[in-house]
Design a binder for this molecule. Structure first.
Ligand code: G1P
Length: 295
């Protein structure tokens, strides 16, 4: 058993953003803004706030803007410095708080295959996986909750949350065995995207994982699953047969930014907390509500 400090995280960002077309026709979905930050920057901030020191972002075709975003923009920095715009300079300087690396997934063979691209980066350490579509908000960042739980059990931890029973075919779903402590479950089975009638529960995998490196040898030998893709959920299910994988309930707020309505509502929520726009946005919403009431 390992009790290594968790220092590394990976962010798979190779998927296409069909739910946001046409905006994502020529732009990476991870670059869609939440007020003034690309969603992937908020994901990186969660990792850094959880103590992560090194992050590998797995990209693919058309994802170059993500690399540019996390790189220094020397010309822009020089211009802002020259003009004395130091507030703006602070926003664009390379100060994300972690070392950020990139690797490309050559073929879109699924999430499991994307995670496998991180094998050399991860080495023999436990690591966090953060999927880019969802922003998780809680007093303790969700990745930190999984890391803390790993320090207690020494095994993998998967974040789960209840979803509408009709939505199970969009998620990995767990078959609960027993409850170890409040919100921490032993799992009988992890099933990728079951139809509602086949789903063993409505507890869904929500895109945050703490995995031990034993997952890689499983991924290397895994047959394609649902949709003909190498599924991370299938690899986790196999891992759970030899080494306990726990499911941990997330009690904070999950913002799904990968679909149109979610992207709009997340922007409103974050806008209501943004010092520059919160007053104006609040007034706008109050006026709009009055207008809609009259209609
Ligand atoms: C992936 C995983 C799925 C998980 C989901 C969370 O699916 O395969 O198990 O529940 O992320 O967002 P995707 O959304 O990439 O189809």
């Amino acid at each position: 058993m390992r009790t290594n400090k968790v220092k590394k995280a990976i962010i798979p960002a190779a998927g296409s953003g069909t739910r946001l077309l046409p905006a994502t026709k020529a732009m990476a979905k991870e670059m869609m803004p939440i007020v003034d930050k690309p969603t992937i920057q908020l994901i990186v901030e969660e990792a850094v706030a959880s103590g992560i020191e090194e992050i590998l972002i797995i990209t693919g075709k058309g994802k170059r803007p993500i690399e540019d975003h996390f790189d220094a923009n020397i010309e822009l920095e020089a211009t802002l410095r020259e003009k004395g715009k130091l507030d703006l300079l602070k926003l664009v300087e390379d100060n994300f708080g972690a070392k950020i690396y990139f690797v490309r997934q050559p073929y879109p063979k699924g999430l499991g295959d994307a995670v496998l691209q991180a094998k050399a980066f991860v080495g023999n350490e436990p690591f966090v996986v953060l999927l880019g579509d969802d922003i998780m908000s809680d007093t303790t960042p969700l990745s930190k909750q999984l890391i803390d739980s790993y320090y207690k059990t020494n095994t993998s931890q998967i974040a789960v949350m209840e979803v509408e029973p009709s939505q199970t075919s969009s998620y990995g779903i767990i078959d609960v065995d027993s409850q170890l402590e409040e919100g921490l479950y032993n799992v009988k089975k992890f099933v990728e995207k079951p139809k509602p009638e086949d789903a063993p529960s409505n507890l869904a995998i929500i895109g945050r994982y703490l995995l031990t490196p034993d997952i890689f040898s499983i991924l290397e030998n895994l047959e394609p699953g649902v949709g003909g893709e190498i599924q991370l959920t299938d690899a986790i299910d196999q891992l759970n047969r030899t080494q306990r994988v726990f499911a941990k309930t997330f009690r904070g707020v999950r913002y799904d930014t990968g679909n149109k309505l979610g992207l709009i509502t997340t922007n409103i929520q974050y806008g209501l907390e943004h010092p520059e726009v919160k007053e104006g946005l609040k007034q706008y919403i109050i006026d709009l509500a009055k207008k809609l009431e009259k209609e």
